[in-house]
Each structure stands twice: as C-alpha cells, then as structure tokens.
Design a protein around this ligand. Structure first.
Ligand SMILES: [Fe+2]
Length: 411
C-alpha cells in the first residue's frame, strides 16, 4: 500500500506527542517515502559533499551522489573548488567516471568528434558543465544545495557551528587532512538507521558488550569502568536536525583523551596552551559524535558520510583523518584505535550493522507499525535553543525526525 493512501501526508509519519514520540515504520521501508526523501531532503537542503584536503591540486576531482544526482567537485586553476552536475550536455553521459582523479578537462567518452556534424558557428562554450545551485565551505567542509531556495547555509549550519569549531580545535592549527581513500560498508537497511546510531548513547553497553569484555580481557579497562564512562555527558538535539552525543571535557589525563595526549606529548601541550585558554581547552577536549543533517557525522577519528542507495540499501563511507600540527604518534594512535573499533575487522561497527539489518527486517512486520523514540522525553531540558538529554536518551534522534518531518512537509 502506498504511503499516501495510508496516511495522507508525510508529516503524519512522525508523531511529536509530548509523552510518546513515534516514527512510523514506513519511513524505513516504503520506496515512495525514499523517493520523496531524495527530492525533498537530499536534493533540496544542504548536503555534505567533500573536504578541501581531498582536492589538493588544480585538476583534482571527486564524484559524489547528491540524492540521486551525480555531481563532480573539482579544484579549478583559480585554486577554488567548484561543484558541477556530472552530465555531458550532449546526450547526458557522466563526464567523470572515476570516484576520484585528476584531469585537465572534463568530457564524456566521445567528446565532440567529427565536428562537421555541427555548423561552423556552433558555440562550444555554451555547452559547458552546469554548476549546482549553491555551494558553501565551512572550515574546509563543502556542502551543496541543489535548490535555489530554502534556508541559507549560515542558517542551516548555525546551531552546529560551535561544535564543529571545537571538533577541529583538537588540531592546534585547526586543520585536518583526510587519509584517502575512505573505507566503507554497505548494509541492507535504510539510511536513517545509521543517522540514528552515531549519537546513540544507549546501545553501547548492550550491542558492544563483547568489545567491553575484550578491553577487560586485555586489562586495558574493565566493563564496569567503560559502563560508568558511558553514563557521563549529554545527548543534544540541535535545531535544523543536527545533534550530538557528548562526553564531558576535562584537563585530567585519566578522563580525557586530549588531556592524556597533552600529558604524554609536551610539544602538543605547548602548542595547545599557546593557542587556547583553559576554558576552551576543557570544551574542545569533550568527546563528541556530531551529526550534521542529513548525511555527515564528525567523529574523533573520522568523517562518516551516509549515502542512501535505496529504501533498504545504504553505503557508509568512513574517512579517517590526520590532525595537523600534532606529533605523528598521536595520529598513529588515533588510526589504530579507529581500526580496532570501526575498521573492516573492528570490534564495533559490525555489531551496529547487524542491528541495522535486524531493524530493517522487523520493520516489515505490520500490525504495530510505530517505532518509539520517547526515551528521556520526560527529563529533557532546553538550554540556549538546544534540547539536552541524558547520555542514553533519544534526544538527538527526535531532533532528526522533527527536521525530517519539516523538510518532508515543505511544499
Ligand atoms: Fe555502536
């Protein structure tokens, strides 16, 4: 049954009831909903497309899908990065077939050969690739909107700005470099399952218990210590669909990674103390998993990009990055830590992917088609426009679905 018959309107698929926030299961399973998400969210709002370090030289390019539409990002001779539809103006073939590369020009397989097929005054220059409607760069992160209308990028990113700044601040020169290529996984489930998961502070003690036991067996930590740590901090739901999971910052090496690195590497401590006041250091040492609606996560080791492929198929790209201006040993440690939990043979990511599959399968069942996202609604508070919940609450997920409902309801 099509969703329109069942509910009349996409807005009805999210029930923002003050005591029982619910999301209808068809948001994970209905191909028509997925098609509208591509139109209304991915091909209209601001979508993350790439990082400046991926295109260091003029002629470097990468191809991305923005919703269903192929786009190429490239650095021009003027040093700037541009985003163009990846579509030949003749018969529509993509002009860049590789995921990333370097080229002095873009043209399809044929180019314009046997040009006597066109009159002498044919204006080649009038058939260049078409730029996308809007592009914005925030601190090296490039975002695209395929629509001329809707909120400006500043409006969109505003509520998340200070968290992005703090995230970048762990580099004393505020620069990162993506270590290419990304690694990736695909799962047979909806893209929003990955969005819901990255800042979910609830599941870790259960879904990743085997990982906690590994840490205990290797005498790095105890299950009890890890679980106590996982109670600390907050889950934040920001405006515009952004959100984050946050562990508190500290200058105590026993409880903060940044403080531990400063303790271990005096040159890092010196650079950080020269740049930041103590209150700033405490703030940027908070560990945060930051979701930028609708397709980007900023983690302490990697950028995670969600690429929806179909209503029940999603690709996830993980771009591990180096912090600039820090001792190599710090980045080496970050990368090894990433591999151990998130990597292809890691102890964490496979647990999550298995659960995505279980949810996608269960969501096919009819009869009781509403998923509950009410955890912590009764104890949530509002601070400076942010909803703040306990670290195990579904506060950021509610923020995601409020924005989802808003975007899906726009005319
Ligand atoms: Fe997880």
């Amino acid at each position: 049954m099509a969703v329109t018959e069942r509910t009349q309107s996409y807005a009805d698929l999210v029930a923002d009831d003050p005591r029982e926030f619910r999301v209808h299961g068809s948001v994970y399973t209905d191909a028509e909903v997925f098609g509208s998400e591509m139109d209304r969210i991915y091909e209209r709002t601001w979508v993350y497309a790439g990082h400046e370090s991926e295109l260091p030289a003029a002629g470097d390019y990468k191809t991305v899908l923005v919703g269903t539409q192929p786009v190429v990002l490239s650095r021009h001779e003027d040093g700037k990065i541009y985003a163009l539809y990846n579509r030949c103006r003749h018969r529509g073939a993509v002009v860049c077939r590789q995921e990333r590369g370097h080229s002095n020009f873009f043209r399809c397989r044929i180019g314009m050969s046997q040009s006597t097929g066109y009159p002498d005054d044919f204006d080649r220059g009038a058939y260049g690739l078409v730029p996308v409607s809007r592009m914005a760069n925030y601190r090296g992160l490039f975002f695209i909107s395929l629509s001329d209308h809707g909120p400006t990028f500043d409006e969109h990113i505003g509520p998340a700005r200070k968290y992005i700044d703090a995230w970048l601040g762990r580099s004393p020169v505020e620069q990162i470099e993506l270590l290419l290529p990304p690694h990736r996984y695909e799962y047979p489930g909806n893209w929003k399952l990955q969005a819901e998961n990255g800042y979910d502070g609830y599941h870790g003690n259960y879904v990743h218990l085997s990982w906690q036991r590994v840490l205990q067996l290797s005498k790095e930590s105890t299950v009890e210590e890890v679980q106590r740590y996982r109670q600390e901090g907050a889950a934040r739901g920001l405006l515009n669909g952004h959100g984050l999971l946050e562990r508190p910052g500290s200058l105590n090496p026993a409880s903060s990674w940044t403080a531990r690195m400063m303790d271990r590497y005096p040159e890092y401590a010196e650079a950080m103390r020269a740049k930041y006041a103590e209150t700033q250091l405490i703030d940027l040492s908070a560990r945060r998993n930051i979701f930028i609606f609708p397709n980007l996560y900023l983690f302490d080791t990697h950028l995670r990009v969600i690429v929806p492929k179909a209503v029940n198929r999603t690709e996830v790209q993980l771009y591990v990055y180096a912090l600039h201006g820090v001792p190599d040993a710090i980045n080496d440690g970050r990368i090894r830590g990433h591999e151990r939990f998130y990597g292809p043979a890691g102890f964490g990511a496979p647990d999550d992917i298995e659960v995505f599959t279980e949810v996608q399968t269960g969501a096919q069942a009819r009869g009781n088609e509403w998923n509950l996202f009410s955890r912590g609604q009764h104890r949530e508070r509002v601070e400076n426009g942010e909803r703040v919940g306990h670290t195990t609450d579904e506060t950021p997920q509610r923020s995601l679905y409020r924005q989802w409902r808003l975007e899906m309801s726009r005319p």
